[in-house]
Design a protein around this ligand. Structure first.
Ligand SMILES: [Zn+2]
Length: 286
C-alpha cells in the first residue's frame, strides 16, 4: 500500500493513494485533530465525515483536466496545518471515431429540449452534498467486459467531440445490476439518452448513475443497500446493445468508477491508527 503520512503535533494525516491518474479519487484520513479538520486540494475544500472516534475522512479527486505532476494538499485542524503532495499521472485514454446516422448526432428540437432539461436536472442533483449514507467500500454494479472505458474521447462523424463520463459494462439482457453502496434513489425515470435511469445519492456529493436498464427495481426516495438489485441490464435510450452505462460523480465531476472501488474506505480508521502508531514509533511507512 502506498500512501503519504505526516503529522503536526498530535494529529496524523493519511492520503491514499498518493499517486493517481487523472479522473481518480483519493481518501484523506485525519486522526486525533484538535478541531474538525479542513483540507484543500486544487482550490477546492473537501468535506469531512466521521470514520470513528477521533477519525475524520474526506474524499477528493483529480478531475480529468488536471495537469500531470505534483499537486499539494493542505490539511489543518484549526491551528496547525501540514502539506503533502499527490502525484497526478496523465494516464492513457482511448479515442473512438464513430460514424452515426445524422439524426443520431443532430437531434430534433423536441429531443434536444428534452435532453437539455434532463441534463439540467441532473446538474441540479450534483450540486447538492447531503450527509454521508455510504458505508465501507464501493462495489462494481456489474462485472463484465468494458466496451467503452472511462474518459474515452469520442468523435462523432468527425465533428462532435465528447468525453465518456463513465464505463460501459457489457451484460446480457436481464442481468441484475447492484447498488454500488448505500444510497437514496433521487432519480428513477426513462431519460432520452440514458433510457431507464437510476441515480443514487450516497451523500457528501457522491452520486452513482445507472443507465439503459431494461427495467428498474426501485422507487424514488427509497434507500437501497450496497449489493441490492436496483435494476436489470437492457438497451433502453440511446444504446446499440445490452450494457450498463455507469457513471460516478463526486463534487459534480466525473470519477473513474474502478478507482473508487479500490479505495479502502471500509478500513479508513484502521489506516489512520496504524500510521499514527508507525509515526510515533518511528517505523517506516509501507
Ligand atoms: Zn456509456
Amino acid at each position: 500500500m502506498v500512501y503519504a503520512t505526516g503529522s503536526a503535533h498530535a494529529f496524523t494525516v493519511v492520503v491514499h493513494p498518493v499517486k493517481i491518474t487523472r479522473g481518480d479519487p483519493f481518501v484523506v484520513v485525519v486522526s486525533n485533530p484538535e478541531e474538525a479538520p479542513g483540507a484543500e486540494f486544487g482550490g477546492t475544500w473537501l468535506p469531512f465525515t466521521s470514520c470513528g472516534e477521533g477519525c475524520y475522512m474526506a474524499l477528493g479527486l483529480a478531475p480529468l483536466d488536471t495537469k500531470s505532476g505534483n499537486h499539494p494538499i493542505k490539511i489543518s485542524d484549526g491551528g496547525l496545518s501540514i502539506s503533502l503532495a499527490i502525484t497526478v499521472l496523465a494516464g492513457e485514454f482511448a479515442t473512438q471515431d464513430l460514424t452515426l446516422p445524422k439524426d443520431k448526432v443532430t437531434l430534433s428540437p423536441e429531443d434536444e429540449a428534452r435532453a437539455d432539461a434532463e441534463a439540467e436536472r441532473m446538474r441540479g442533483l450534483w450540486a447538492i452534498a447531503n450527509p454521508r449514507i455510504w458505508d465501507g467500500d464501493f462495489i462494481m454494479p456489474l462485472e463484465g467486459g468494458i466496451s467503452t472505458g472511462f474518459g474515452t474521447v469520442r468523435l462523432m462523424n468527425e465533428t462532435k467531440r465528447s468525453i465518456h463520463s463513465g464505463l460501459d459494462i457489457r451484460g446480457a439482457y436481464g442481468t441484475p445490476i447492484l447498488a454500488a453502496n448505500t444510497g437514496r434513489v433521487v432519480m428513477n425515470e426513462d431519460t432520452f439518452f440514458g433510457g431507464n435511469t437510476v441515480i443514487l445519492d450516497h451523500g457528501m456529493g457522491l452520486y452513482t448513475v445507472y443507465m439503459h436498464m431494461q427495467e428498474s427495481r426501485v422507487i424514488e426516495e427509497e434507500i437501497v443497500d450496497r449489493g441490492e438489485i436496483i435494476g436489470l441490464v437492457g438497451s433502453t435510450g440511446r444504446s446499440t446493445g445490452p450494457h450498463l452505462h455507469y457513471t460516478v460523480k463526486l463534487a459534480a465531476t466525473n470519477v473513474n468508477p474502478r478507482a473508487l472501488v479500490e479505495l479502502p474506505l471500509g478500513r479508513a480508521q484502521a489506516m489512520g491508527l496504524s500510521s499514527a502508531t508507525a509515526l510515533a514509533e518511528g517505523l517506516p511507512q509501507e
